[in-house]
Design a protein around this ligand. Structure first.
Ligand code: MN
Length: 605
């Protein structure tokens, strides 16, 4: 056997516990569905299992009401023989803003201490300055620092640029390089050329993380292997394909008997796949038709996780029918912003702005705070120049920074510790608060008082499609031990703050008025119920969300265009402006309220 044919096993990272369910069921898999199969997972001989990341952490705190640190400790204990891997958003850690270096250092140290062995670190803009602190912190713990190149296509994203980045990452001390193709944009021959060039430029192991969105990822991985890549990310078959990843078993079978044989046991993998096939059924309400293979990603560049989240968000506001318009708008916004790769947080920044541009009927009529911050240099340097006119519209003559954003931040941990106070029982709790602020605090307080309430999973077999798609939505409801069959066959007229639906209960159809659940508001804002914005001075919102801040009080004079509210939708903040000049006559919302389009939030006369 000559040197070229010498055995060179390919190492496999299975992403079933992180990216696979993030890409297919909105990151909802619970720890209780992971632990029973860990013994088998631990026997496979994977190079690593990806178990943690921003979205899993977020979903734990926001929806599942699980302590993400506790999940990590449980997985660590259940997987003693397998490296655990996490995805870290560089200076953003697992959150959506830049943190000061002391928070980055503390987070990495605690994540390592709780069980992470491999840190895959990326920056959404590939601004490598945003990786430096995290990589240094990982090296300090003695764990594996994997630096990431986010792959995208644009006039400025050339092989030469990626090689320059790879060399800089090597010089930073990276132990390996991940080529992260979050949207499934790689094509097989482009992969071959890029990996070949990277292997010639830097002597580091290369990991191929590619989503099957366009149906090409398995082919890309094979070409990457031929070009010298050593590692592939796969998902066990029952959570593979589409916006997820190539199936583990398929790749293992494809390489079997070759010089790249992974050595993994297909029968054991099949047992694991059978287990997760059953698990997946429990989460049917989070399945989306937009997670299937769709080559249009080669045009829109929307990554898998973003596609299923956008679909869920639009569904919530009965605007799912406009998703194609949003997909068309995304590349335009991306060009305006200097071609950022689309990955958290830029995927949300671009995606939310695209939704606003479509739903509000006028591009950049409303600009999110994150887009303003982005255009002011607050996330780092965009890959290409931004549109100067939109930049001016967004930030006026405000300052644009060109230093590393975190250089402008003072140490934050002391203040975070003081803010969260006794609700934090550990340093990990302080970091949970640091990541998610109000939601983090709420989680910690509810955990401490034993009042955490996870979101409800619809029973298997119920049809959860939205009623306005013309398909009956059927539920089985159990009340005091009796089961009722309920089906909703359509949405009726919008009344005063209420909408009627056509409800069939035990076969008898009836039109019943309901207040939509997503406009339910408790306490101080209840006076808003019953009326819908109709006058020019009624301030409303174009997307359902939460009130983050109220900037005006009753009696205050405001000018047209003045910011009066800050809302949060799709994890992005938006300032809502006064539609006209006048006096504020009513403020119907307080911080924390859930609001929906049509609600009268503020009245100006
Ligand atoms: Mn991914």
């Amino acid at each position: 056997m000559n040197a070229d044919n010498a055995a060179k096993p390919i190492y496999v990272t299975d992403v079933i516990l992180r990216d696979a369910h993030q890409s297919l069921i909105a990151t909802r898999m619970r720890t209780e569905d992971m632990l029973p199969v860990c013994e088998k997972l631990d026997q496979v001989g994977y190079w690593s299992l990806e178990v943690w990341g921003g979205a899993t952490f977020d979903a734990c705190v926001r929806f599942l009401k699980e302590d993400p640190w506790e999940r990590l400790r449980q997985l660590r204990a259940a997987l003693p023989n397998t490296r655990l891997q996490m995805l870290l958003r560089g200076q953003n850690l697992l959150g959506y803003r830049h943190y000061a270096d002391d928070v980055v250092e503390a987070f990495v140290e605690r994540a390592a201490a709780n069980g992470i062995d491999v840190f895959r670190v990326f920056d959404a803009l590939n601004d490598l300055r945003n990786l430096e602190t995290a990589i240094r912190a990982v090296k300090k713990t003695g764990k594996h620092a994997q630096a990431t190149i986010c792959y995208t296509t644009s006039p400025v994203h050339t092989t030469a640029l990626y090689i320059k980045q790879a060399k800089a990452l090597r010089d930073m001390g990276a132990d390996s390089i991940a080529l992260k193709d979050m949207a499934g944009l790689l094509t097989p021959y482009a992969t071959y050329d890029l990996v070949k060039a990277l292997k010639e430029a830097v002597d580091l192991p290369i990991f191929i993380h590619s989503h099957s969105t366009a149906g090409l990822a398995a082919l890309c991985q094979l070409k990457a292997i031929e070009a010298g890549a050593e590692h592939i990310d796969t998902a066990i078959s029952s959570f593979a394909g589409g916006t997820s990843h190539p199936a583990t078993e398929s790749q293992v079978a494809a390489l079997k008997g070759t010089q790249w044989d992974t050595g993994l046991d297909l029968e054991l993998l099949q047992e694991i796949a059978d287990y997760f096939r059953e698990v997946r059924k429990k989460y049917h309400q989070f399945e989306s038709e937009f997670t299937r293979e769709d080559v249009s990603v080669q045009i829109s560049q929307v990554p898998g996780g973003m596609m299923s989240n956008l679909a869920n968000q639009l569904k919530e506001q009965h605007a799912l029918g406009r998703i194609r318009e949003v997909f068309d708008e995304i590349p335009r916004v991306r060009k305006d912003l200097g071609y950022p790769p689309l990955v958290t947080p830029t995927s949300q920044i671009v995606g939310t702005q695209a939704v606003l541009n479509v739903l509000s009927g006028e591009r950049y009529k409303t600009i999110t705070n994150e887009v303003k911050r982005y255009l002011a240099g607050g996330y780092g340097q965009p890959p290409a120049p931004v549109d100067p006119q939109i930049q001016k519209q967004a930030i006026g003559n405000g300052e644009v920074i060109d230093v590393r954003p975190a250089d402008l931040l003072k140490a934050e941990l002391p203040q975070l510790r003081a803010e969260i106070g006794e609700a934090a029982l550990s340093e990990e709790d302080v970091l949970t608060y640091a990541m998610f602020q109000d939601i983090g605090r709420k989680f910690l307080e509810e955990r401490n008082s034993g009042t955490l309430t996870p979101e409800v999973l619809l029973p298997i077999g119920s049809n959860d499609r939205p009623a306005d798609e013309g398909v009956p939505t059927e539920f089985t409801i159990d009340v005091h031990g009796e089961s009722y069959q309920v089906s909703i066959t359509g949405i009726g007229a919008l009344g005063a703050g209420k909408r009627s639906v056509y409800l069939t209960l035990d076969g008898v159809p009836e039109e019943v008025a309901f207040k939509p659940l997503n406009s339910f508001v408790a306490g101080a804002s209840s006076e808003r119920g019953g009326r819908v914005a109709s006058l020019p001075g009624h301030v409303t919102t174009s997307m359902p969300g939460n009130i983050v801040d109220v900037l005006v009080t009753v009696g205050q004079q405001v000018t047209a265009g003045q910011a009066v509210l800050v809302t949060e939708a799709m994890k992005m903040e938006t300032e809502i402006q006064a539609p006209l000049a006048g006096t504020v006559t009513a403020v119907n919302v307080v911080k924390g309220d859930r609001v929906t389009p049509g609600d009268i939030l503020i009245e100006i006369e």
